[in-house]
Design a protein around this ligand. Sequence first.
Ligand code: ITT
Length: 182
Amino acid sequence: MEKILFITSNPHKFSEAQSLLKKCGINIKRKNLNVSEVRAESCEEVAKAAAIEAYRKIRRPLFVEDSGLFIKSLNGFPGVYSAYAIRKIGLEGILALLKGKSRDAEFVCAICYMDNAKLVQVCKKCKGKISLRQKGKNGFGYDPVFVPAGKKKTFAQDAKTKAEKSHRTAALKALCARLAKR
Ligand code: ITT
């Protein structure tokens, strides 16, 4: 079967997707395509626009994933600007913004798949809290400050829980199920 292209510049996203999708019989290949990221409020809109643009350019089965951390007391910030925020103010900057505020947050992962016959969209969340300080070395991005609901350790301290419960894992499983149906 032809490999599906995962259009992403983020090697961490790719390796998480590769190991999970392999389990459901889907082989993927990473492609860095520099698609423009539209300014939008939701990960679904960003992923869909990018997938359409990428498909126009390469016309092969592909998917795009847009994800982010939405913090309730910051009205959803950094949200769709998560990659930008971490580059500009870092995890310490995010922790500083949260002093004295509620720490409820959720990770969101939206995937948009496209081939010559269909467009498939899935979006999943993982609820949790922002820790008081950075802990752990695994993963990437906000993993050192995100503690999933019902757990005490951050994703960066507990890679096994991340692999089982993350927003990305849930979205990829949903994608597998949708692609298998057709
Ligand atoms: P591509 O757009 O090229 O795929 P990106 O890293 O720029 O790569 P996004 O625009 O979707 O991807 O930004 C998502 C950011 O949200 C990502 O860079 C992290 O900072 C954060 N993020 C998303 N999923 C995460 C996860 O599982 N663990 C930690 N941080 C995550």
